[in-house]
Design a protein around this ligand. Structure first.
Ligand SMILES: C[S@@+](CC[C@H](N)C(=O)[O-])C[C@H]1O[C@@H](n2cnc3c(N)ncnc32)[C@H](O)[C@@H]1O
Length: 293
């Protein structure tokens, strides 16, 4: 069996049921090359590397549609078709029995961050009817979908209206009526201040920001400088006994530095870390801390 086919087979054995999206290769077999399975498509992402000829042959041998994305370009571009059949660019994937819509033509990101799979499962496990969850920097709202499936009322918050629309679509894809859920367009820090002023609280808040962002007024926000403030603002909107999911893929921060930042925002809370999913066996870049108030 080829290395690629071998990786696919060994990962499929260990994946949770009803899951067809996962990391096939995490820069470990081919330097600078990361391969994801997205249902029956493969997405190859390269950083300062080209697709080795031997890998190209293995990709072709799968008979699957394969797309290529460059991670090292200044201009972040959508993936291009590399080989295999041409199938619709929009299609659903399945993770722990939950469907999410992907779009290979949507730009640099395709609809879901696979490294958050275990965190999404845990959010679903911790949520229950009667709870209220706030999902900030929501992107396509995958955390909201998991919470809503557990019966929790969600508030989904993102700067970009298309992300909120995509979240509604992901909810409907899973048979969730999105109308009782809340959707807020705008800057997370401003909304957190507004919620605090209004005395509006949540039982759980997800904080998974990009490493660098601008608010509506163009002010710059960076994880390594500002995450502590973000946590403090979220704590001001958390109901007693509530929890935060604090996570970042910021490579500039060590796990200890991230923990320190979270602790500055939530000095009296209990913090516990959790690891990356097993299929992300390359760089340990994703940091996750659960905060219990
Ligand atoms: C890294 S993704 C977040 C991933 C997401 N938590 C998930 O689980 O898929 C970044 C998202 O944050 C949004 N965003 C960036 N800056 C923001 C801000 N200041 N306030 C609210 N959303 C913001 C972007 O529009 C984008 O959808």
């Amino acid at each position: 069996m080829s290395t690629l086919a071998d990786n696919i087979a060994t990962r499929q054995e260990k994946l949770p049921p009803q899951t067809n999206a996962y990391r096939v290769s995490d820069g470990t077999e081919w330097a600078g090359v990361f391969i994801d399975a997205l249902a029956d498509r493969l997405l190859v992402s390269v950083r300062d590397a080209a697709v080795p000829r031997s890998l190209r042959a293995q990709l072709e041998a799968t008979g699957r549609p394969v797309y290529l994305k460059r991670l090292d370009k200044d201009v972040k571009e959508a993936p291009v078709h590399l080989c295999g059949p041409q199938l619709p660019l929009r299609f659903p994937i399945l993770e722990n029995g939950v469907s999410y819509m992907m779009d290979m033509s949507a730009g640099y990101s395709q609809g879901i961050f696979l490294d958050q799979r275990d965190n999404r499962a845990r959010v679903r496990g911790l949520c229950h009817p009667g709870m209220r969850l706030l999902n900030t920097f929501s992107y396509t709202g995958a955390f909201s979908v998991c919470a809503a499936l557990a019966g929790t009322t969600t508030t989904t918050l993102d700067l970009a209206q298309p992300c909120l629309t995509w979240c509604r679509e992901n909810m409907e894809l899973n048979g969730i009526d999105s109308s009782p859920h809340f959707f807020c367009k705008g800057d997370t820090l401003h909304w957190l201040d507004r919620f605090a002023r209004q005395g509006r609280t949540f039982d759980a808040i997800v904080l998974d920001p990009p490493t660098f962002s601008r608010d509506e007024k163009g002010r710059i926000w960076r994880v390594e400088k500002d995450y502590g403030t973000l946590v403090a603002k979220a704590m001001a909107c958390l109901s007693p006994g509530g929890w935060l999911l604090c996570t970042t893929n910021c490579r500039k921060l060590s796990h200890a530095q991230f923990r320190h930042l979270v602790a500055t925002g939530a000095p009296d809370a209990h913090l516990s870390s959790s690891p990356m999913p097993f299929d992300f066996n390359g760089e340990d870049y994703l940091k996750t801390i659960w905060v219990n108030a």
